[in-house]
Design a protein around this ligand. Structure first.
Ligand SMILES: Nc1ncnc2c1ncn2[C@@H]1O[C@H](COP(=O)(O)OP(=O)(O)OP(=O)(O)O)[C@@H](O)[C@H]1O
Length: 325
């Protein structure tokens, strides 16, 4: 039976396989139109001084599937996440440029908290301040309808109380689901890397998102918890949620994504299912151009030509270092 705590987030086709099948005819090209996009972004640009961190002409995220956003270091993935969730403002704003909508609703001028209320919620790594709070208090911070946000509820005590009770019950259910119930009174900072990732996810679910955006869900997770985390992400999708995640671990990307969007130098350079996109020349170029040590999750990509190119680049760098020494 599916989890009742996620009921409000269910949308679209009930069968996840049917939702994934909708992607079969989507063209494998940057900016490809999707049959049922939940998020649509146009002309979003963000410059930092002379650096163009993001310059995305058009991208759509399909509803009810798992989309991975990948790209080499500095490709602009985090900046893109920050822009669409209202944590940063595009340089192209206000010039009739940037435009993005979630569930058909324009979000360009919307604050981060309102974006979350609209149903698009991102996870955050545990900050120092959050580490010093208990697991339960972290969960309650994630609640969507905190009494303080609503004047009537905050002055009428019974309403405030009932909201608090509902939030606590929901937090307990989610902690149980994510196997963190025993830790509810522990400081969040005492959790292992994998448990922190589970808490980040559980906290985001407190606000009943329609789409959850995960920032490197596998970073710092030991192998024992990897399978469990992957399982949780897949079950969110299976229950109807849209998942968008940024991840460097290509094995994970291959394992669970239904669709992959590749960024390089601020732009979307390729899109497609994981098995085809990783062999796209634009993707190989982007990774090799950026740094040599990325494991694309498929050793077959390292053919002789690529190996030679790598060896030449490493030798050239070594020679340069020796010259400078
Ligand atoms: N606040 C900032 N001030 C100046 N430059 C920034 C700022 N944030 C990002 N950048 C620059 O923008 C570019 C994109 O960075 P971003 O962090 O979005 O990339 P990323 O794809 O998330 O990289 P990584 O995978 O390493 O996290 C980089 O060149 C980065 O140095």
């Amino acid at each position: 039976m599916s989890d009742p705590t996620l009921a409000p987030a269910r949308t679209g086709l009930a069968d996840p396989a049917a939702r994934r099948a909708l992607m079969a005819d989507v063209p494998r090209e940057p900016g490809a139109p999707k049959p049922d996009p939940i998020l649509e972004v146009d002309r979003i640009v963000r410059n930092f001084g002379g650096v163009t961190a993001v310059d995305v002409e058009h991208v759509e995220v399909q509803r009810g599937i798992i989309t991975a956003l990948i790209g080499p270091n500095g490709a602009g993935k985090t900046t893109f996440f920050n822009l669409i969730t209202g944590f940063d403002r595009p340089t192209s704003a206000g010039r009739g440029g940037a435009r993005w909508s979630f569930e058909g609703k324009e979000l360009g001028k919307t604050s981060a908290s309102r974006v979350a209320l609209a149903g698009m919620v991102r996870t955050f790594q545990l900050t120092k301040a959050l580490s010093r709070m208990t697991v339960m208090d972290n969960m309650l911070l994630g609640a969507r309808d905190q009494a303080g946000e609503n004047l009537l509820k905050s002055v009428v005590r019974p309403l405030w109380r009932s909201q608090e009770k509902a939030n606590t019950e929901k937090a307990l259910e989610l902690l149980e689901r994510f196997k963190l119930l025993e830790k509810k009174d522990d400081f969040a900072g005492s959790l292992s890397g994998g448990q922190r990732k589970l808490l980040e996810m559980a906290r985001a679910l407190m606000s009943d998102p329609t789409m959850i955006m995960l920032d490197e869900p596998m970073a710092g997770v030991n192998p024992a918890l990897t399978q469990s985390l992957l399982g949780h992400i897949q079950s969110l999708r299976d229950e109807g949620m849209t998942v968008l995640f940024v991840e460097h671990d290509m094995h994970m990307v291959r394992h669970i994504s239904d669709w992959v969007v590749v960024m390089a130098e601020g732009k979307v350079v390729a899109e497609g299912p994981a098995d085809t996109v990783m062999s796209d020349p634009a993707v190989i170029d982007a990774y090799l151009g950026a740094h040599h040590d990325t494991d694309l999750g498929d050793d077959a990509l390292l053919n002789d030509e690529v190996q030679e190119q790598l060896a030449d680049e490493v030798a050239a760098e070594d020679a340069q270092r020796k010259e400078q020494a």
